[in-house]
Design a protein around this ligand. Structure first.
Ligand code: NAD
Length: 319
């Protein structure tokens, strides 16, 4: 199958591109490197540096059977300061990409959505029937693309899957997690363990959770990559899918930090500071639908595996 991967130089995009190549697909990666790493340019695939919202560029790449659309700005806090950037990059560019792809006859589209579409929910786990209520322009941008896709599917323009990831984590050796700026707990904790930060700041220890810190559902990036391949396959016989990708198991910030200390064998200072606006107390997925409709089985997402794999990859990074 000929597959376009946008955001192929990013964390999840590069891991998924490697899997698609390994499975024998003819892959083209597209990334404007706004936050991706040039080192992530795929091996065994074509790679184009450019914007996914550049209609002429995307059309010039020819017909694709499927597109996996990872490209986005991803930091909710930044989206509160610069909502216009997020709506322009994440929403307008997505629809320009879709316009280019539909006119060149794409059949299947897999979209990186997020648990941020749910906002702050009280009852866990969260299933896909839950009313969406994004609390940031980032989350809203994801929901807006989902809604547009629902119309494209309804009108028979293409088949689409919106995959709502919870917290992507872990790594393969070839593709360590490194965002710019880094906002995710595990790589930041590694930097503290390596002495690259004075201490690790944790936002809030007075949440209504068992140990007072936020609870998140961490899912290994290799399990996420599997789900994308399965979603492309499922779209052969289904027109539209909206699925959570998480494990159903929550880990608190304290539990993650203890695991990082155990795996790295290093101690570091942890400072608990004020809550950060917009952070929900907990976000844990019900993944029943992905298990049943994709036969997806996240086998690498135990916290110990996630942290061990991420640590092995993190040590290969050149800072
Ligand atoms: N990391 C997570 O925990 C998580 C959770 C939920 C959803 N997501 C979604 O998954 C996707 C991938 O996330 P990631 O963690 O790999 O982030 P990332 O920042 O590593 O990757 C995003 C990539 O998209 C590229 N990009 C951004 N805008 C672009 C544009 N207009 N044209 C071309 N390339 C562009 C960036 O250069 C980067 O390489 C994003 O859509 C994100 O919103 C991530």
């Amino acid at each position: 199958m000929r597959v376009l991967v946008t955001g192929a130089a990013g964390f999840i995009g590069s891991t998924t591109t490697a899997l698609l190549v390994a499975q024998g697909h003819d892959v083209t990666g597209l990334d404007n490197l706004v936050s991706g790493r040039a080192q992530n340019a795929p091996v065994g695939a074509a790679f184009v540096v450019g914007d996914c919202g550049d209609v002429e560029l995307v059309r010039s790449l020819g017909h694709f059977d499927a597109c996996v659309h990872f490209a986005a700005r991803i930091e909710p806090g930044e989206s509160m300061k610069f909502p216009e950037v997020f709506f322009s990059n994440n929403v307008a560019s997505s629809f320009r990409l879709l316009e280019a792809l539909v006119t060149t006859g794409v059949e299947r589209f897999v979209f990186s959505s997020s648990c941020a579409v749910y906002g702050d929910q009280v009852a866990m786990p969260i299933d896909e029937q839950r009313t969406t209520s994004p609390h940031s322009p980032y989350g809203q941008s994801k929901r807006m693309v989902e809604e547009g896709l629902e119309w494209l599917v309804k009108q028979g323009r293409l088949k689409a899957a919106s995959l709502r990831y919870f917290n992507a984590a872990g790594a393969t050796l070839a593709h360590p997690e490194r965002h710019n700026p880094e906002i995710h707990l595990i790589p930041i904790a590694f930097d503290a363990a390596m002495g690259k930060r004075d201490c690790l700041e944790v936002f809030g220890d007075d949440y209504p959770t068992p140990d007072g810190t936020c609870v998140r559902d961490y899912v290994h990036v290799s399990d996420l990559a599997d789900a994308h391949v399965l979603a492309i396959e499922a779209l052969e016989s289904t027109d539209g899918l909206t699925l959570n990708l998480g494990t159903g198991v929550g880990s608190s910030n304290r539990e993650v930090i203890e695991m990082v200390k155990l795996v790295t064998g290093r101690d570091f200072e942890v400072r608990y500071v004020q809550r950060r606006p917009g952070d929900p107390a907990a976000a844990v997925a019900s993944n029943d639908r992905a298990r049943s409709l994709l036969s997806w089985n996240p086998t690498r997402s135990a916290l110990a595996t996630i942290v061990s794999d991420a640590w092995a990859a993190h040590q290969t990074l050149k800072f």
